[in-house]
Write a protein that binds this ligand. Structure first.
Ligand code: HEC
Length: 188
């Protein structure tokens, strides 16, 4: 009888763990995701008012600043990452993130809507449990102005991007592809 006890305990713990992930995911989304529509609408406004080259600071400064604010507020590690980063210093994914991004591409190719793609997992880092969450950032129409095919980009914009990002990989996208993801790490 004793031998069965650990299994019973394990089975009892499973639903709790699953529920934890659900709760952690919901909490994380509620806290972090409002940043996304804020950046998208700021981008649409900036492009309309200042033109594409004038809108660069939205992706370069406003988005990182809003993310930084959330990091301060929560203490969580929050970033933007991409398999084809423009700013590799900030946007290079770690191994877990790179796998999830590759998986997002596969899931999208299999018909999942890009704007619904997300991933939650409790992983172990340095022996400690960490909740990880990623949310895909799909390419919308406005994004194409700076992340679309390189030969179609505005000449002034191209010159400006070239100055700051000589190793820019973040062009060549089409609408509906996955530009990258918002990624969150919460130590538990
Ligand atoms: C006006 C030009 C412009 C537009 C439009 C634009 N971006 Fe960007 N994007 C940039 C620049 C510049 C960077 C580099 C930011 C930095 O230095 O951290 C960037 C970086 C990013 C990154 C971080 C990863 C990386 O490649 O460095 C993501 C994710 C991203 N953009 C998504 C989007 C999405 C989604 C849209 C549409 C809603 C969009 N961008 C529209 C200029 C733009």
């Amino acid at each position: 009888m004793k031998a069965f006890l650990p299994i019973t305990l394990l089975l009892a713990a499973l639903p709790a763990l699953a529920q934890d992930i659900g709760v952690l995911t919901a909490e994380t989304k509620k806290t972090v995701l409002p940043v996304v529509p804020k950046v998208v609408s700021a981008m649409q406004e900036a492009v309309a008012e200042k033109g594409v080259a004038g809108a660069i600071p939205v992706c370069k400064e406003l988005a990182p600043a809003l993310i930084k604010e959330k990091r301060k507020e929560t203490g969580w590690d929050i970033r933007r990452v991409s398999l084809k980063a423009r700013n590799a210093e900030r946007g290079t994914p770690d191994l877990w993130e790179a796998r999830v991004l590759a998986d997002f591409d596969i899931r999208a190719a299999n018909g999942e809507k890009p704007e619904t793609l997300e991933k939650s997992e409790i992983v172990t880092i340095d022996g400690k449990p960490v909740f990880r969450y990623m949310k895909a950032l799909p390419v919308g129409e406005v994004c194409l102005k700076c992340h679309g095919p390189a030969d179609g980009l505005d000449a002034g914009l191209k010159a400006k991007l070239g100055e700051t990002y000589p190793h820019d990989q973040a062009t060549g996208y089409s609408q509906g592809q996955i530009r990258g993801a918002l990624t969150v790490k919460r130590p538990l």
